[in-house]
Design a binder for this molecule. Structure first.
Ligand SMILES: [Zn+2]
Length: 506
């Protein structure tokens, strides 16, 4: 006797279909599961058996074999309790339903027959809709999140008994379908912090506005207490709101690491891992590959404070994700992909003691020590940082000043307009922001604008910047021009952009 139900497994951010197959025969009573890692098989067997009995059904005293196909894919053991229990009850003749073929099932059972939430429900719901299933039976607590996906009816079940009751009464299925989530209006106060709280540092604030507008990675250099972290944290408050698709992308990632009860994530993520973080924690990985900090920062900001303390391996491992905006992790010949499109903000002291170049406090480092300190930053990572800005130590008068300072709401409006200009410019291209502009785009800008051609030649001659440096300079200039609503890059944009290059600040 054979029967099967459809379920899902996670492969990075994507879900794939898993068939839960059952074969029951006469013979010595046994209960075998194939296709799960050893330890979780035992746990799944115990949970399924207990919950069937505690829900008032019989556990057949026969030879039962469950196969989770494809078998070679590593699966989370607890996902399949619900479909396993249902296949046992169906094949032993205790339940029947017309809904089995057009539905998929997922859920962890508790010993009393309750259904506990699982991770990654959003990716699985998306897949269920894609393979044209009509219904997806899932844990009740996951229903808010799964309901974000259109073209699939989500049936949230609190217990095995409830799930069976719904399966038996096809005519009542609509009553149990979870209502689709409605995308709420923007919540302007979602971050509870504001740019106006940063005192002084007008140049740094302007630099941050430009960086966010073009999604340029930025390095903040300043002594302790100059407000580097404060400024970095507030950068998300001037970014445009996430649109629906971006919100889904972010929610999908967070859904992979946590069993979430709630719906859509609306705020851009801000992640600031400590320099002691493991490489797996930063980049992603593990036995069941999980997203790392770079993916948890997707569509938001990754802030690495005290960057000089991070290891060379850390910074090298950031290179490929910064370039590709996604990371591929391979385990047992299976590739798991996680998106990681984030803006990188680095912060550093200007030297070991923190006071190199300070007006009032004397730096205790030797020139050699300062050189050694800066060497750590050289190489691949610096190539991917478009902008650098120095924050001086704040003077007392800055703390006391009562001047009206611009708030995040106003700055966000300018940033949003600059991003709209970029959307228009890149609408047929595979990129979204000026920071991603390829060398051939930059050449086109130069060739189509005689003024820019001349200024670029002058800059190259006077500053001795490398070709990479010049192209980064033009990208920042493009963003400054966008902030002013200008179609052409002019000399004043280049002059301002030049202030944000490392050669001018150390
Ligand atoms: Zn020093």
């Amino acid at each position: 006797m054979f029967f099967k139900l459809d379920s899902f497994a996670l492969m990075g951010i994507e879900a794939i279909k898993v068939a839960v197959e059952i074969h029951i025969s006469n013979g010595m009573p046994s209960f075998t599961i194939v296709g799960l890692p050893d330890k979780s098989i035992n746990e799944a067997r115990d949970r399924v058996k207990a919950s069937i009995i505690n829900s008032g059904y019989k556990f057949p005293m026969k030879k039962i074999i469950i196969n989770l196909s494809p078998t070679d894919l590593r699966k989370e053991g607890s996902f399949y309790d619900l479909p396993i229990a249902l296949t046992i009850l169906a094949l032993s003749g205790q339940i029947t339903s017309e809904l089995f073929d057009c539905s998929s099932f997922i859920g962890e059972l508790s010993l009393d027959g309750g259904i506990d939430p699982v991770k990654g429900i959003l990716s699985m719901s998306e897949k269920a809709a894609e393979i044209k299933k009509q219904y997806f039976f899932i844990p009740k607590e996951n229903a808010n999140e799964a309901g974000l996906i259109k073209d699939i009816s989500i049936i949230g079940c609190g217990s095995l008994t409830e799930c069976i009751e719904i399966l038996k009464n096809k005519s009542e299925i609509n009553k149990h379908t979870h209502k689709n989530y409605i995308y709420p209006e923007s919540d302007s106060n979602q971050y509870r912090i504001d740019f106006s709280e940063v005192k002084g540092q007008f140049r740094a604030k302007r630099a941050m506005e430009i960086a966010v507008s073009g999604m340029h990675n930025i390095l903040l250099i300043g002594p302790p207490g100059s407000g580097k972290s404060m400024l970095a944290e507030r950068a998300i408050t001037i970014m445009p709101d996430l649109n629906f698709n971006e919100s889904i992308e972010v929610t999908k990632i967070y859904s992979l690491i946590k069993r979430r009860k709630y719906g859509l994530i609306r705020s851009r993520p801000f992640r600031n891992p400590h320099h002691t973080i493991s490489e797996i924690g930063l980049i992603g990985g593990g036995i069941y590959p999980k997203p790392g900090e770079i993916s948890l920062a997707h569509r938001g900001i990754l802030f690495l404070d005290e960057f000089s303390e991070f290891s060379t391996r850390h910074s090298e491992s950031l290179r490929q994700p910064l370039e590709n905006k996604s990371i591929v992790i391979t385990r047992n010949n299976v590739s798991y992909t996680f998106p990681c499109s984030f803006m990188l903000i680095l912060a550093m002291n200007p030297c070991f003691c923190g006071y190199f170049g300070d007006e009032n406090k004397k730096c205790k480092c030797s020139i050699r020590e300062v050189e050694k300190y800066w060497k750590k930053l050289s190489g691949p990572i610096l190539d991917r940082i478009d902008m650098q800005i120095k924050l001086p130590r704040l003077k007392e008068e800055h703390f006391l000043e009562n001047k009206e300072v611009e708030n995040s709401h106003n700055i966000k409006e300018r940033v949003s307009n600059a991003i709209l200009m970029q959307n228009e410019r890149y609408k047929d291209k595979e990129i979204n922001y000026n920071s991603e502009a390829r060398p051939d785009y930059i050449n086109d800008w130069i060739n189509q604008n005689q003024g820019l051609k001349k200024i670029t030649a002058d800059f190259s001659k006077k500053t001795l910047m490398t070709a990479r440096g010049i192209s980064s300079l033009i990208k920042i200039s493009r963003t400054i021009a966008d902030l002013e609503g200008e179609n052409e890059i002019a000399e004043n944009h280049m002059i301002e952009a030049f202030q944000y290059k490392i050669s001018t600040i150390i």
